[in-house]
Design a protein. Structure first.
Length: 370
């Protein structure tokens, strides 16, 4: 065998031995380290382990976690060019607060992931709880009468003789109680998202669509359009809507299960690795790119517990990304390219000066108050 080949084999063998020794050292250091699940707080390093269609996108220099229907690529590196009409940007603040057990934040998370715009609910809508709706549908005379008046229609779809403009134009707001399975600090729990949904009978929607095209319609005009539409129903020229069935469907178990599906995927896939108690301090440094634009790096100094948690996770997760979230904003999405065994985690290639400064300031102020 040639000497050069022998040297190459020796070097390769030595490299393999060193690599094996380092891996063994890590195993020795971490073999008895079993980190317990933790809650997120103002500072969180979050990993998302799922193949259910998540990715990171970068918009305006801010990392965003999104879910794309039908996408099965898993949690990939940031892509600022990726587009998709069905992409749902997941609100990080609400995601993390839901993992803390906050049911109000869970409501918004459920709404966003189901493309429900809570801001579009009519301000004048009468609110019905699920419990009262079930009583009304079950034959409670007082509540059934109130429900038909609030909708201005009988439960079998027969229009009422009297006309209530508010009922015709607004419909009702239904509080649908959606059970969502969440793991909080490793304990499986079921939270209830009291999600407001709107319901307006088909007859009223028809009238609303007509008057929306008119400039400041009078009460007489609205009444006339309603009477004309109601006449078609009562004379059998237009089928009656099954109002009872529509409301029952709105609060059915199958409806709730569908509303909970995406939020549960997100919540079950999010793993909080580090929170503020495991970050000792933060500093920042700056360099310039080839065009002279500033590029910032945030240096997170970890506690021993935080260091070991990141080290243990990163040993078998090379190629995946973390989200670094401060006050509900994902300031960075570092990709794991090696074992994170050091006490300092560097978040590189950040462009937004204010975002960087605010994050560093927040982290250091939190440590002063704790």
């Amino acid at each position: 065998m040639k000497p050069s080949i022998k040297v190459g084999l020796i070097v390769a063998a030595a490299g393999a031995a060193l690599g094996g020794a380092y891996w063994g050292f890590g195993e020795f250091q971490l073999q008895n380290f079993n980190p317990q699940p933790i809650k997120p707080d103002e500072v969180a390093l979050v990993a998302v382990n799922t193949d259910l269609g998540f990715s990171i996108r970068v918009a305006n220099s801010v990392a965003q976690l999104v879910q794309v229907e039908g996408q099965q690529q898993g949690f990939q590196a940031p892509d600022s060019n990726e587009q998709g009409s069905d992409a749902r940007r997941i609100p990080m603040r609400e995601l993390l607060e839901s993992l803390q057990g906050n049911e109000e934040s869970l409501v918004r998370l459920v709404a966003v992931l189901n493309k429900i715009d809570l801001d579009e609910l009519q301000p004048g809508m009468t609110t019905w709880t699920e419990a009262d709706l079930r009583k009304a549908l079950g034959g409670d005379p007082t509540l059934e009468k109130k429900l038909t008046e609030d909708l201005n229609i009988q439960l079998d779809g027969t229009p009422l003789a009297e006309i209530r403009l508010k009922s015709i134009l607004n419909g009702i707001q239904v509080i649908c109680e959606v059970p969502v399975k969440v793991s909080i600090e490793g304990t499986p729990q079921t939270l209830i998202a009291k999600l407001p949904l709107s319901y307006q009978p088909t007859l009223s929607k028809e009238v609303s669509n007509i008057i929306e095209k008119k400039f400041e319609p009078t009460t007489a005009e609205i009444t006339g359009h309603y009477q004309e539409a109601a006449f078609k129903v009562t004379k059998g020229n237009q089928p009656k809507e099954n109002v009872r069935g529509a409301i029952e469907s709105l609060i059915s178990d199958s409806k709730k299960s569908g509303l909970a599906r995406r939020p549960e995927q997100v919540l079950q896939g999010a793993v909080v690795l580090v929170n503020k108690s495991m970050v000792e301090s933060a500093t920042t440094s700056q360099r310039k790119d080839e065009k002279g634009n500033p590029i910032y790096t945030v240096h997170l100094n970890m506690t021993e517990d935080g260091r070991k948690r990141l080290w243990k996770y990163s040993r078998n997760q090379k190629g995946s990304n973390l989200l670094v979230v401060v006050n509900g904003i994902a300031i960075a999405a570092p990709k794991i390219t090696t074992e994170l065994a050091g006490r300092q985690l560097d978040l590189t290639d950040l462009r937004e000066k204010r975002l960087v400064e605010d994050a560093v300031k927040t982290i250091n102020e939190l440590k002063k108050t704790n």
